[in-house]
Write a protein that binds this ligand. Structure first.
Ligand SMILES: [Zn+2]
Length: 113
């Protein structure tokens, strides 16, 4: 029996330098946070399957996805954040790394012998 499913890990929240809240209009109150999803087999992460990133207002706690952002400045800083900070953590690939090592081991070891 193979036990598999999906898990997720949180992306470290970060405050944006610019941008007003689309709802309460508070200046410079926006944070970006989100999570990354991965497929696991026997609770070992194998590969990433997607991410979700959104902005949160520290004043009204409103959550806004990219499509809900009309403010160009906020949209720009959100885009910059996504490009710079949303990297997949290496441990989301640990299953693939183990699998690769195992295959290399199985192929290489009989050759050396
Ligand atoms: Zn707000």
């Amino acid at each position: 029996m193979i036990i598999f499913g999906t898990g997720s890990s949180t992306i470290q929240p970060q405050k944006l330098n610019t941008g007003d809240c689309p709802y309460c209009k508070t200046e410079n109150s926006m944070w970006v946070q989100g999570y990354k999803k991965y497929v696991h087999i026997f609770w070992i992460p194998f590969f990433p399957i997607g991410k979700k990133v959104y902005t949160v207002c520290e004043h009204c706690k409103g959550v806004f996805e990219k499509k809900e952002i009309q403010n160009q400045k906020l949209l720009q800083s959100f885009e910059d954040f996504k490009i710079n900070n949303v990297k997949t953590p290496w441990h989301h690939f640990i299953g693939l790394i183990i699998l690769t090592l195992l295959i290399v081991f199985i192929i290489i070891v009989p050759i050396i012998k």
